[in-house]
Design a protein around this ligand. Structure first.
Ligand SMILES: Cc1cc2nc3c(=O)[nH]c(=O)nc-3n(C[C@H](O)[C@H](O)[C@H](O)COP(=O)(O)OP(=O)(O)OC[C@H]3O[C@@H](n4cnc5c(N)ncnc54)[C@H](O)[C@@H]3O)c2cc1C
Length: 454
């Protein structure tokens, strides 16, 4: 039986095969190569561009921001110490083959970025290894994961109609076990598990690596891959601060793409990798079909706030330190693992309502909040604190969230509608991927969209 991910992989191979077939046909008939406008220089747009570049198909990337990478956003936290942290995507999964392949191609080193989780729960601090789920729930959860491969399509549709919290409760998860699952799983999805499709959650846990794809990171920051692809395809092919605001498409004459800065581009095809919020803000002529607009209106994105705190000393001692808490800072992790310095950065990673609250406060407020959680268990936290920065994805003007959250009944109903091409436009981006919510998914969909260009 097909798994969620195998299906898409084989689909993209088939598309690649078609492309090859049509180019060998060109020995007899040489059609004019299409020109392509790619909207967005995130991982979906860049991987689409790299695919077209290798096929010698002409393209231009139009990017609204003044930087490439999109939701991959490495940031230097301390210039002198060269401490680089991620304001967007952090982990590369052990199962994320395309991303790892691209790192190989461009000579980028992937460093181990796995963590050993500590816990603060109901006022008590537990070191890694001192806490766990109950034996009964561990056994039950394993049996649920094991049964995933036997689910029929009808079972999956039924599961998708339920939220992950309800599914866990129905399977006997309760009390402390349920609290812990909510804390850990909401960190993965960026919102409470009461708003996540049970199918999407189960598929992710059943098909992911042991550490749930929190395995690796690109040395020097994940943005290194964006830079390498940009250099390979030619930086002049990427037009920064070119926000697309209108698109006209004609079945016979192709497309015209208008930017807010007055620039106009004519092409044959478009690959649009913008998140749904940004897609809807473009004036499409003719308009997008009503069901596609409804699907965009339905889909929510996770509110994640990243609050990196620079400390003069790594008082948490363990280089692989991360910590889940049932308090306002939610989840902490050591963001400068593998980076040589006395100083270090802990990121407080908040989700959902917590993120929205934390994002709206002052740095002093955030410092007090973090210290209230850390100080009782880590004496030196306050003395060693140097400064912080903050990025709230819920207010990001292009995505209004970190990544899509497929809720009850949405995975099988909403995603296929969003994936549909519109005249000459193929859509891509993490929200359309089997590895949804991951850099890998963005790359997969970018390559799949590019493979459709003939
Ligand atoms: C806080 C956070 C944590 C994450 N953690 C992980 C993780 O640990 N591991 C992982 O694999 N993934 C993680 N992700 C998800 C990952 O970052 C995304 O899945 C991926 O980067 C999305 O790539 P994309 O190309 O689909 O979209 P984007 O990166 O958003 O690219 C789309 C681009 O389109 C541009 N754009 C939008 N509208 C227009 C317009 N009108 N005209 C021109 N350009 C436009 C945008 O500016 C953007 O650059 C995380 C994301 C966030 C925010």
């Amino acid at each position: 039986m097909y798994s969620r991910r195998k299906f898409i992989k084989d689909g993209s191979l088939a598309a690649g095969g078609l492309l090859l077939a049509s180019s060998s046909f060109s020995n007899f008939f040489i059609p004019r190569a299409p020109k392509v406008v790619i909207i967005g220089a995130g991982f979906a747009g860049l991987s689409a561009a790299y695919y077209l570049y290798k096929k010698k198909i002409d393209f231009v990337i139009l990017e609204a921001r003044n930087r490439i990478g999109g939701r991959v956003f490495s940031h230097i936290m301390d210039q002198k110490e060269n401490l680089v942290i991620e304001l967007g995507a952090e982990w590369v999964g052990n199962s994320h083959e395309r991303l790892q392949n691209l790192c190989n191609v461009f000579g980028l080193e992937l460093q181990k970025n796995q963590f050993d989780s500590h816990l603060i729960y109901q006022g008590r601090y537990y070191k890694n290894g001192e806490w766990d789920y109950s034996e009964g729930w561990k056994k039950k959860f394993q049996s649920i994961i094991d049964s995933y491969s036997k689910l029929t399509h009808a079972d999956k549709l039924k599961l998708d109609k339920m939220d992950w919290w309800r599914f866990l409760v129905n399977n006997g998860c309760e009390g402390r076990d349920l609290d812990l699952r909510e804390l850990l799983d909401s960190t993965d999805f960026g919102e409470t598990i009461r708003s996540v499709s049970a199918f999407a959650a189960l598929a992710e846990y059943a098909e992911s690596s042991e550490k749930n794809e929190m395995d690796l990171k690109i040395k020097g920051g994940n943005s290194m891959l964006a830079k390498k692809i940009a250099a390979a395809i030619g930086e002049e092919k990427i037009k920064l601060q070119h926000k697309v605001n209108r698109i006209t498409q004609n079945a016979k004459t192709g497309v015209t793409v208008y930017c807010e800065n007055g620039q106009v581009f004519k092409a044959d095809k478009i690959i649009c990798t913008a998140p749904t919020f940004a897609v809807k803000n473009i004036k499409w002529e003719p308009g997008l079909p009503a069901d596609q607009i409804n699907a965009m209106n339905e889909l929510q994105y996770a509110r994640i706030n990243k609050n990196p705190l620079l400390f003069k000393k790594r008082f948490w001692k363990d280089e692989s330190f991360d910590m889940v808490t049932d308090q306002s800072p939610h989840y902490f992790y050591h963001a400068t693992k593998n980076q040589n310095s006395k100083k270090g950065v802990l990121i407080s990673y908040t989700i959902g309502e917590k993120a929205a609250v934390v994002a709206n406060q002052t740095d002093d407020w955030r410092e007090n909040m973090v210290m209230q959680t850390l100080k009782p268990h880590f004496n030196d936290a306050k003395e060693e604190f140097e400064r912080m920065t903050n990025y709230y994805w819920g207010n990001d003007m292009y995505s209004h969230g970190a990544y899509a959250v497929y809720g009850k009944g949405q995975w099988f109903r909403v995603m296929p509608i969003l994936k549909r091409s519109h005249i000459h436009t193929h859509f891509a981006g993490e929200h359309l991927a089997e590895w949804q919510g991951f850099m890998e998914g963005a790359i997969n969909t970018g390559e799949e969209a590019a493979a459709k260009i003939r």
